[in-house]
Ligand binder design. Sequence first.
Ligand code: GAL
Length: 669
Amino acid sequence: MESSVPTQIPGQNAILIGTDWYPEQWPESRWEEDLRLMEAAHLKVVRIAEFAWSTMEPSEGRYEFGWLDRAIALAAKHHIVSVLGTPTAGPPAWLTQKYPETLRIDENGRRATHGIRAHGSSSSPRYRELCRRIAEQMAIHFGRNPNVVGWQIDNEYGYALMSYDDITRKQFQDWLQAKYKTLENLNTRWTTSYWSQTYDNWAEIPIPGESHNPGLRLDWKRFTTYTWSAYQQNQIDVIRKHADPRQFITGNFMGFFDGFDHYLISEPLTFASWDDYVGTGHVDPIANGLTHDLTRGFKKQNFWVIETQPGAVNWSNINNFQNRGEARAMAWQAIGHGADDVNYWQWRSALNGQEEIHGVLVGPDGTPVPFLEEVSQTAGEFDKAQNAFRGTVPVSEVALLYSYESHWAVQYQKHTEKYDDIALLKSYYGALRPLAQSIDVVSPYAPLDGYKLVVAPNLNVLPKDLADHLLAYVHNGGHLVLGPRSAMKDEFNSLLPQRQPGFLIDALGARVEQYYALEKDFPISGALGSGVATVWAEQLKTNAPDAQVLLKYGKSNGWLDDQAAFVTRPYGKGRITYIGAILDDKLTSAAAQWMAKESGIAPVFGPVPDGVEVSRRVGEGKQVFVLVNYAPEAREVTLPHAMKAVLADRPVENVSLPPYGVEVLLSTK
Ligand code: GAL
């Protein structure tokens, strides 16, 4: 089991708390005090150097790593391991001055200037060469350092910003040529006879903007994924060449940020990480839990929260502070959902720079801010819980499918400004999570056996190979639930020459006759109760005697009156269900209950009061539950059987949780 959990560093604790530390911003004489304070607060990890290029290579080819050796060694003296970031999100001034072609050009043709970040062009061969050089020098120097446990490539991958220059356009055209082989093929797939778009040579193909062909636009997104993957691989190759295989390689992603396909970009990484910021307001446990599960699904394994908010950020509309106890609740929620590390960004504010007044653990005077107390308490609890979490991973019977291609396809042609596929995903997640208490969010192409229920709220792009994959799952006994707008498009973002749900019509025994963007809600009712369809409605028609209609529209626009909205049918050893409308919250919840019952889903822990979130991690001969109370009042939880309360350190049958209260329960049953 241990080896299947790569984020649990051998010889280190199973779950870690750390911080993002910038020793290059401070005199060396200060470091020891920083590290002493970190150690006293039970911090175990620092992520360092991801913006320190100008300090590591002050002029071309002159590498200065001595300071970093000393910082890493000093951290180790305080029992803190280091994760090294490659500094390629912040190329130094000498570099961009000497090689201006490394600077990104925006959509309006303006070249980025020095002094911001993410200003390098990920497609520039020169920039790639320079990135490779610094990453390689770092790997040669630190690749065997026992106190360096891993690497982060770049930082938030330049927000996936592309350079709109001639080199990039040519690379895109070459990429298209490699994919389509002939222009005739490309012209057919994109239906370029429409609006006289036909291309006669590859060089005519533009980088798309918002009003371009949907096929071209989807391919540009794929090319963006390809570009950033290659940018990442360029550094991974040299790190892997020189570094001890024990050192992991990760990238820090940004939740539902959709600049590229995260399943693909995560492939070569040891594990995925993400930066979990609340911004204005307070944590929404459903949205945050969903995003943890999304990140876990990139590689279907545990992950890191390599940055999180230390109270407040500096970039939101209102940079309010988290309530007391909220960050601790969030840290434990992360662990419950499969994180093995939580790092606070950042340790201490730089005295100048764009993020002067961002939240920190230590103030500009070098002494702890009150928030550090909560971090220290949480980190102390992590210490206590090490053994319980060693070798554990979340295990789910329910999967939600999330596809970047479908997301982009719907975004390009929303049909109603109100259509929000991520909100729809979240509404199903919110309804199903309490019923299952563990959900995986995975790519539609992920292996699905093992799941009793698979819900795909937005599978707009559903080509034949994917339909076959899903049908095999249903055939073998799974329950597949499709949401509105499913199976309308093929992989070229062309309409399928069938009605929805395309290649699944026969299995469902029903099809979509017509779809409607709604300017107002329409009544809907049936075996699942009554309520309204909102934003979107599809009129379904069954053509198989065993296709059952569970919801119908009431009197609405004439077309939908008394028509089917929700169809389900047994197929093979399993079942396929199609929900053609966006349902209100009450009906979504009724639908989720029906799905759970029909698919034999039971909560992994058992019932808990409203506002309490339960998560489970499973290891050899044990289960660990994390309970977090998000309700504004205290909650009493009755356990299904006696367990060990790990934080309270005693056997319990009931747990009382104050607001933001947490308990970790170990069961060896
Ligand atoms: C992250 C970024 C960090 C820091 C932080 C501030 O997105 O990776 O470098 O800027 O935001 O909230």
